[in-house]
Design a binder for this molecule. Structure first.
Ligand code: NAD
Length: 480
């Protein structure tokens, strides 16, 4: 059986304790690899390697740092098919999705920040004949990057690439539920010639390896993506140590469909924003509010689309819905379906676990599920489910839609469907969401600031924001 290894000091190493954890393929429910169950001793080793690499890495010209990152991007592109297969096996997502979303985006992350390294300059200003002020942006030093299971390589590289581009050395931990592509990335980093210790990847659980990273005194910043509860815990642990924190957390995103929208487009995109990756994208719009005059029409077309979403082996070309990531997560989502019934919802589609034949007989499959008739402030409409479950609710006024849209503790992303330009701007401005899409969804430009308001996070990733996060400004004043 495949045994993944840590990547520390440029080498692939077993955990010092010799302990491994089973890694399950969600589509089959079977163990397919073993991953290091690393602890504080492995993290200490990784930090030591990163500290040793730091002096040379931070002084390497940005052009050379950038070239190495672009080389990693090229190797990801070369191995796209292998990485897509690995991501699908490890996460349960359709391989077709990994091929067009996850892996190309991981390659773009390295290419984007590899080139950005060369364009990141700091400010200077002349103070009216008396002084010259300039700002130096120092790399923070050794930083920690911790990522979740839903977009494994995509989100892992979204943190690592800017940290490296900024001149930091990294100790990173992928989710223990989906570690495979992070391991394959370590092999590509060795092939690309990344200097030893610049990037270290330590596998293991949150309480084991993750906790050791957030507690380590030499780690100056934590860039974390994951659940809001974990984010709270990380803030409580790391803030008193004055670590810099970037927290990308949960969401409960609204999708507002106004009567004047392009209905066909709104329905087609809402199917994706509801069920892509089995609804396990932090940006999925799980609360669909539809203006009453088109409610029945939207519902009919949406349900017709849901009926076309084939639940199948994620390795099959026609699979539109793969497996959920784990049995525990499937049970959590099923508990919300039970709650939706208790809270008085009417089931319009799905609601049941799916048992497939053959190799997927023990997999974690669920029908795409739609409810209506739930109060906008009930638990199902306020709490993050993170699965293929959405609610439909009619609204009568813009004000009502906005009140409901903003009525959760979260504020990550929102979508607006309308042809009225004034309304689009007005509503976008009133939405308590870090990201607003108008007549589109998951339209990403890596230059834009990415992140959430309220309990969806602190700080922004993307573009220059990420490079600023991983550096510390120092102001120098020269008297003339
Ligand atoms: P999670 O919080 O359980 O785990 C995320 C990572 O944190 C994992 O690597 C885990 O091992 C680690 N971790 C857990 N406990 C830790 C600890 N004590 N110290 C350090 N690390 C620890 O989240 P998950 O279940 O993997 O991911 C799903 C969540 O992620 C959802 O809430 C989703 O909304 C959120 N998410 C947010 C974004 C965003 O950009 N805002 C993107 C994707 C996912």
């Amino acid at each position: 059986m495949l045994h993944l290894q840590n990547y520390i000091g440029g080498a692939l190493l077993a955990p010092l304790s010799g302990r491994y954890l089973p890694n399950i393929e969600p589509a089959t429910g079977q163990v397919f690899s073993q991953i290091p169950d690393s602890d504080a001793t492995d993290v200490a080793r990784a930090v030591q390697a990163a500290e040793a690499a730091l002096p040379a890495w931070r002084l390497l010209p940005a052009e050379d740092r950038g070239r190495l990152l672009v080389r990693i991007s090229e190797l990801i592109e070369r191995d796209l098919e292998r990485l897509a297969q690995a991501e699908s096996q490890d996460n349960g997502k359709p391989v077709g999705l990994a091929r067009v979303v996850d892996i190309p985006r991981a390659a773009s992350n390295f290419a984007f920040f590899g080139t950005a390294a060369q364009h990141f300059a700091s400010e200077t200003h002349f103070q009216e004949g008396v002084a010259l002020n300039y700002t130096v942006r120092h790399p923070l030093g050794v930083v920690g990057c911790i990522s979740p299971w839903n977009l494994p390589l995509y989100l892992f590289t979204w943190k690592i690439a800017p940290a490296l581009a900024a001149g930091c050395c990294v100790v990173a931990k992928p989710s223990e539920i989906t570690p495979y592509t992070a391991f394959l990335l370590s092999e590509l980093c060795i092939e690309a010639g990344l200097p030893a210790g610049v990037l270290n990847i330590v596998h293991g659980t949150g309480p084991g390896a993750g906790q050791a990273i957030i507690e380590h005194p030499a780690i100056k910043a934590i860039s974390f993506t994951g659940g809001t509860k974990t984010g709270e815990h990380i803030a409580r642990t790391a803030a008193p140590m004055f670590k810099k924190l970037s927290l990308e957390l949960g969401g409960k995103n609204p999708n507002l469909v106004f009567a004047d929208c392009d209905l066909r487009e709104a329905v087609q995109t809402s199917l994706r924003s509801s069920f892509a990756n089995q609804g396990q994208i932090c940006l999925c719009g799980s609360r669909i509010f539809v203006e009453r005059p088109i409610y029945e029409q939207f519902k009919e077309q949406f349900l017709a689309g849901v009926a076309q979403l084939t639940v199948a082996d994620p390795q099959e070309a026609g699979s539109r819905q793969g497996a959920l990531v784990s049995e525990a997560h499937l049970q959590k989502v099923l508990s919300y379906i039970a709650l939706a019934h208790e809270e008085g919802g009417t089931l319009l589609a799905g609601g049941q676990r799916v048992r497939l034949d053959g190799r997927c007989a023990e997999g974690y499959f669920l029908q795409p599920t739609v409810f209506e008739g739930l109060a906008p402030d009930c638990r199902v409409n306020r709490e993050e489910i993170f699965g293929p479950v959405v609610t439909l609710t009619p609204f009568d006024t813009e004000k009502e839609a906005l009140t409901w849209a903003n009525g959760t503790e979260y504020g990550l992303a929102a979508t607006i469907w309308t042809r009225d330009l004034n309304r689009a701007h007005r509503v976008a401005h009133e939405l308590q969401s870090g990201i607003v899409w108008v007549n589109t969804w998951l339209h990403r430009d890596l230059r834009t600031p990415f992140g959430g308001m309220k309990s969806s996070g602190v700080g922004r990733e993307g573009g220059l924001e990420a490079l600023r996060f991983f550096t510390e400004p120092q102001s120098i004043t020269v008297k003339l």
